[in-house]
Design a protein around this ligand. Sequence first.
Ligand SMILES: Cc1cc2nc3c(=O)[nH]c(=O)nc-3n(C[C@H](O)[C@H](O)[C@H](O)COP(=O)(O)OP(=O)(O)OC[C@H]3O[C@@H](n4cnc5c(N)ncnc54)[C@H](O)[C@@H]3O)c2cc1C
Length: 357
Amino acid sequence: MARDPVCNMEVREESALSLEREGTVYFFCSEGCREKFLRESKDSGGRKIYDLLILGGGPAGLTAAVYAATLRMEAFLITKDLGGQAIDSTQIENYMGFDFIAGTDLVKKFEDQLLRSHYIDHRIGEVREVVPEGGGFRVTLNEGETLRGRALILATGMLRRKLNVPGEEALQRQGVFYGNIQDVSFVEGADVAIVGGGNSALQIVETLNSVVGTIHLICNSTLRADPIVIERVEAFPNLRKHEGYEVLEIVGDKKVEGISIRSRDGGEVEYLAVGGVFISIGLQPNSALFEGLVDRNDRGEIRIAPDCSTSRPGIFAAGDLTDAYGKRIVIASGEGAKAALAAREYLLKQTAGKAAL
Ligand SMILES: Cc1cc2nc3c(=O)[nH]c(=O)nc-3n(C[C@H](O)[C@H](O)[C@H](O)COP(=O)(O)OP(=O)(O)OC[C@H]3O[C@@H](n4cnc5c(N)ncnc54)[C@H](O)[C@@H]3O)c2cc1C
């Protein structure tokens, strides 16, 4: 694998576009990045201010980016990865246009649309700081690079919640996993525990069902996934449900060996010998970075108006990060589109206001 020198994305050398310069071969994710490389090496003048910076490349941020491109805005997308949570979904049955599609395949389509059909400038990196500056905003990445924009769309989605029990931290990736894993060889043939009762927990049950032994499904209340998914999973002969149970400890020396659970009505502690624990107990908004910048509710979600505007003019937010109802791919995408349209209107008004002065 090589890294695109423009956007920092990992690319396969065999299939990537390339360019040789003074004895060095560079590889690019798209024609857009290759052109940008050629342009910037000719013109090394001062960095411009973008119309719009989009933070986060899940369904909300990617849709906002494609809309910004079709609206002919000068936009820049900064994200830790392309796809966000959607890439973890093994089977999406509720995205329009597809009866069924795997998360990785849907994200590949999003990526193609972003990089090939509607190229916009982008960087794979982590945002460290956002500060208002001169009527716009300055965004600093972990690597120290800064970008400036006249408007922002925040779309940093959600982070996985932890159980916060003994053993969890020490045994991470030694049998403790969050959400689905692509490589199931670690738990092949072993009994496993899956903690959670929503759609994502049950998707893990469906993924592992044919490759593991007994599946202990531990949920602190009753299952709350979609009824169609619950019906499917309840038919698996290797499923043992522990509804109304809490996890006390994950046990193991160098790798997971078992898990202690107790019913919430004060029953005996039970020990289940398992080789893997998959935790899927929900997510929390990835909004700590924006504390003090925009208003949030008591769950940490960014408060938005129907047009995705926030409490601070020029900042819009979209997707799971916000207090919009419904955490779904189609909803996050729709909100991303709305945020891009609203940001454009904001910028047009700003320009018209300046012209009138
Ligand atoms: C296992 C699982 C299964 C699911 N199944 C379905 C399903 O079948 N159908 C459905 O409709 N929905 C499903 N969902 C929910 C759906 O994936 C989310 O609602 C959707 O992805 C939200 O999109 P988003 O763009 O708002 O946020 P996210 O998808 O969370 O994307 C946020 C993006 O921001 C980036 N980011 C975060 N912090 C920073 C930072 N500091 N700097 C730069 N980038 C940052 C992340 O890397 C990520 O790319 C599922 C979720 C999970 C976890």
